[in-house]
Design a protein around this ligand. Structure first.
Ligand code: GLU
Length: 536
């Protein structure tokens, strides 16, 4: 379904020229209007940069709202589950003999304590049930709940394709919304422009907590998602990739469903990026977002004449981005002193053992939450105290809006590097600036992922396989040279060599670095509209 503008959308649209609302107005907004304004908030930097570069009004209108907003529903049949029973109710089954389900693979534990019962599980051992209840040795008492059908809300927002095919990840998360996907899709347009890859911006996904579903259910849901998405995307039109809650396995399912029954499926391999290297993924893609971030951090330290070895940092999020950042910074001698994730916060003033932490989070089968919580090599602290930890660098690499004005007031870092998308609220931006805390903004700090996605897409098109060394050399060049351009724009500094020219982008005055990054993106996007014109 193609969703056209609604009255709500038109309320959100700015009258031009837009000037950023005063902070006091923002602070007095109710929670619900905060939610409604997420998109407007996120577009504020765009509006400011558009004013600054005197962006043509027509181009501005093209970029202010996405090209297409697809919202659709998908359904799937779920598997049977064992739901834990506790307390008095469980006591009434005290005399129920314990059952032994022998085939371990026939039961799959979920994050919420429920167990998935794979087909035939109840026939695989000595099983006793009463009134639909079963007792499992060492696991407890459970009610057997038959699999039901469930419907999920799905999205794909295509923001802009003037520079190349729509490009952006697929997010599986319980808190997604149209506004959030609009923000993230626009962000992809800025990101691809900032790193200079010929792609546009898109984002999509499903409103689902993937931790509450079995692998088999997630496969079925993903296949159904692609079944409905198939005529909206394509390797030369819109190219999904992993994001929060999805991974190489999700990409393999998406690719299979897209290419199923096609005559030349290998020509379609580039329909998704972030694939496993054994099926056409790129070397270096898995760590690319973290690697790009680390290249930015290296450049920042180099420009300051400071040493990264021994620098102390804190990390929010220990998923794909957080984990690669920790591993790569560990190799550079930086010291990780605190990690916060959705389920816990750990702290070690002398530094956490990164290798042990990665093993604990990602390779311990009993750690179903994949959380740093309970890590024996660190002290558990509260989420509140996390923001008071004394560090050189703070790296939010989880979800949006992690640093608000009050956390920004307490931060004891000299640099914030945005691994996540939009982790800093506009109010927090002002606080950080006032406190002299520097920032490496998301559209360059986490653009390594989409950059290597572009390399993967080229390799698929050419039927080539590049080495990790080749990929990283290109990535380093793309990230560092564009980050230098951003720093030059911010400092209003024109520098020119045979391969580098920041005079094309500077705005005639110094700018906050976030605004400078947006200026770079807009100048590159603007060139397409002004040189190619508008198709009718
Ligand atoms: N989800 C990643 C991002 O937000 C990667 C997108 C891509 O590779 O297309 O940048």
């Amino acid at each position: 379904m193609l969703r056209r503008s609604t009255s709500l959308d038109s309320c959100r649209r700015h009258e031009l020229p837009a000037s950023p609302p005063a902070v006091s107005v923002l602070a007095s907004k109710s929670e619900s209007s905060d939610k409604r304004d997420m998109y407007t908030d996120a577009m504020r930097v765009f509006e400011e940069a558009a004013d600054l570069v005197h962006l043509d009004r027509r181009i501005r209108l093209e970029l202010e709202e996405p090209d297409y907003e697809h919202i659709f529903w998908i359904s799937a049949r779920l598997q049977d589950r064992l739901v834990p029973i506790e307390g008095v109710e469980a006591d009434t089954y005290a005399d129920l003999p314990a059952s032994d389900i022998q085939d371990k693979g026939s039961i799959e534990p979920l994050y919420d304590g429920k167990l998935i019962l794979h087909a035939g599980a109840l026939r695989s051992g000595s099983v006793y049930t009463r009134e639909g209840v079963i007792r499992l040795r060492e696991r407890g008492v459970f009610r057997i709940v038959r699999g039901q059908e469930e419907r999920f809300k799905a999205y794909r927002i295509q923001h802009n394709k003037v520079r190349g095919p729509y490009k952006g990840g697929i997010r599986y998360h319980q808190d997604v919304s149209l506004d959030l996907f609009k923000v993230l899709a626009a962000e992809m347009t800025w990101k691809t422009a900032v790193v200079g890859v010929p792609l546009g911006g898109a984002k999509g996904g499903i409103k689902i907590d993937p931790r509450l579903y079995s692998r088999q259910e997630l496969e079925a849901i993903t296949l159904r998602y692609m079944y409905k998405l198939k005529n909206l995307i394509g390797p030369d039109f819109d190219i999904p990739a992993p994001d929060v809650g999805t991974n190489t396995e999700t990409m393999a399912w998406l690719y299979r469903q897209y290419s199923d029954g096609e005559r030349s499926p290998h020509h379609l391999r580039g329909v998704v990026t972030g694939k496993d290297v054994r099926i056409g993924g790129s070397e270096g893609r898995l760590r690319a977002t973290g690697q790009g971030l680390v290249y930015c951090v290296e450049e920042w330290f180099e420009q300051k004449g400071r040493s990264l070895a021994g620098a102390r940092y804190m990390l929010q999020g220990f998923g794909n981005v957080g984990t690669s950042v920790a591993e790569l910074l560990h190799a550079k001698g930086a010291v990780l002193v605190a990690v916060d994730d959705a389920d816990g916060t750990i702290y070690a003033p002398e530094g956490l053992d990164v290798e042990a932490l990665v093993r604990y989070v990602h390779r311990t089968p009993s750690n179903l939450k994949r959380s740093v919580s309970g890590f024996p090599g660190g002290e558990a602290i509260s989420k509140h105290d996390f923001w008071d930890v004394d560090v050189d660098v703070c790296i939010p690499a989880a979800l949006g809006r992690a640093i608000d004005a009050s956390t920004a007031e307490r931060l004891r870092a000299s640099l914030v590097v945005e691994g996540a998308n939009h982790p800093t609220t506009p109010e927090a931006d002002l606080v950080l600036a006032n406190r002299g805390i520097e920032l490496i903004p998301d559209i360059v700090a986490n653009a390594g992922g989409v950059t290597v996605s572009y390399y993967e897409w080229i390799q698929n098109k050419r039927m080539e396989h590049w080495t990790e060394g080749d990929v990283n050399a290109r990535l380093e060049q793309a990230i560092k040279s564009n980050y230098r351009l951003i720093l030059d724009i911010a400092a209003n500094r024109s520098r020119k060599t045979a391969t580098y020219d920041s005079s094309l982008f500077v705005a005639g005055k110094t700018l906050p670095v976030r605004l400078a990054a947006m200026v770079l993106a807009l100048r590159r996007i603007e060139a397409h509209y002004s040189l190619e014109g508008f198709s009718q």
